[in-house]
Design a protein around this ligand. Structure first.
Ligand code: 8OZ
Length: 374
């Protein structure tokens, strides 16, 4: 059997195989509260070695899209508890992705209709998703943000810490800090976004300060073996860009090496798109990033993502390029993805029209091999 299907440990989290369900925004949790349909969807996918939940807002301020879940109200935590219980009852493991969108938001989603916060007061050239009063969804430009005051940053770090504590108390096996895709932590990292003059802007060390303060706070609260992080060094998602991502992210992974995190999750290329997407003047060297991490004595599991096929995943884990592979679109369309990959069985096709928002259709009604055979 290929190593992809063998058990391993991600820090303190023992997983049955290395096929991971990537975090996937689906906009099906009205009022930010996980519901019965969400329980069903995650339960259907419990045979994944690990489920990473969809990005989940740590606070109301961290919200940027209609109908995405949160981790801050009593109701949301109760909803998530039903998800973690159901996944565990079905033999799975599940971590929650801790999300602060920063400027990728809209005033109508913010507390008191205020401006979203960021490292900058520049508006992102990006869109967010809102639900109209008649129930239909639409993509709208993100609102103008305000730059966080230096004195407010400890409060953001504290919000991550509290959310991590709430996650463990809600039965999650751990957390994945969302450091990717142009959201708040990435808005601090990127030279082309971050225009601050304080200790959180300017040099790479300063731009990465928020990330490390969050990692420090979360690991102290719940333990490094239950803490992970996702980064996307070259993705242009949400207007994120940097002319020298290789140097920036080498610094980041070298700094992460000392923690002994559960895993480091790296999106190769444009999230959900081209694997060879480039920022700056040279192609990103993914193997060099991994090598730099190991050279800094980094020992955490290395999780790779973006457009992996069965063959690519088997090979990447066999060769040691990755310890685990996270699959997004394939897991949306194939609840029993692990079985299908093991058997080299045909895969269902993804319906892109039902990705964001809606009900069970295109969410909890993709067939398994068993239902097709019956
Ligand atoms: C797709 C649509 C909305 C949000 C990300 C949380 O890119 C997301 C996201 C993806 O990380």
């Amino acid at each position: 059997m290929a190593k992809l299907f063998e058990p391993t440990k991600l820090g303190d989290i023992a997983i049955a195989n290395r096929v991971v369900m990537a975090p996937l925004t689906r906009n099906r949790s009205p009022n930010a509260v996980p519901n019965d349909l969400n329980v069903k969807y995650y339960t259907q996918r419990a045979s994944a070695g690990l489920i990473i939940t969809e990005a989940t807002a740590i606070t109301h301020q961290g919200q940027g899209y209609a109908d995405v879940p949160g981790l801050y109200s009593k109701e949301a935590l109760a909803g998530w508890k039903r998800v973690t219980d159901a996944v565990h009852a079905n033999g799975g493991k599940i971590v929650v992705q801790l999300w602060h969108v920063g400027r990728i938001s809209h005033t109508t989603l913010q507390p008191n209709g205020g401006k979203p916060v960021s490292s900058t007061s520049k508006t992102a050239k990006s869109k967010t998703y809102l639900v109209n009063p008649d129930g239909t969804g639409s993509f709208v430009p993100t609102s103008e943000p305000r730059a966080l005051e230096t004195s407010e940053i400890p409060g953001i770090v504290e919000d991550f810490r509290k959310a991590a504590r709430a996650a463990i108390d809600t039965g999650f096996d751990g957390v994945e800090i969302h450091g990717a895709n142009g959201y708040l932590i990435d808005q601090f990292l990127r030279a082309d976004i971050n225009d601050r003059a304080d200790q959180y802007g300017g040099s790479i060390e300063n731009r990465a300060r928020l990330l490390f303060e969050v990692v420090d706070a979360v690991t102290k609260e719940i333990g490094a073996g239950r803490t992970a992080i996702r980064i996307s060094p070259v993705t242009p998602a949400n207007d994120a860009s940097d002319t020298d991502p290789q140097t920036l992210f080498t610094y980041v992974v070298e700094g992460l090496a000392k923690y002994g995190l559960s895993y480091i999750h790296v999106v190769e290329g444009q999230t959900g798109g081209a694997r060879d997407y480039q920022q700056g003047d040279k192609p990103f060297d993914w193997d060099a990033l991994h090598a730099a991490y190991k050279a800094a004595s980094g020992k955490s599991a290395w999780m790779l993502n973006n457009g992996y096929t069965r063959e690519m995943a088997i090979e990447a884990v066999k060769s040691g390029k990755a310890d685990t592979i996270a699959f997004g679109k394939l897991f949306i369309a194939n609840p029993d993805l692990v079985q299908r990959l093991k058997d080299n069985a045909p895969l269902n096709t993804l319906d892109t029209a039902t990705l964001y928002g809606g009900g069970a259709h295109g969410y909890a009604d993709y067939p398994t091999l068993e239902t097709v055979a019956a």
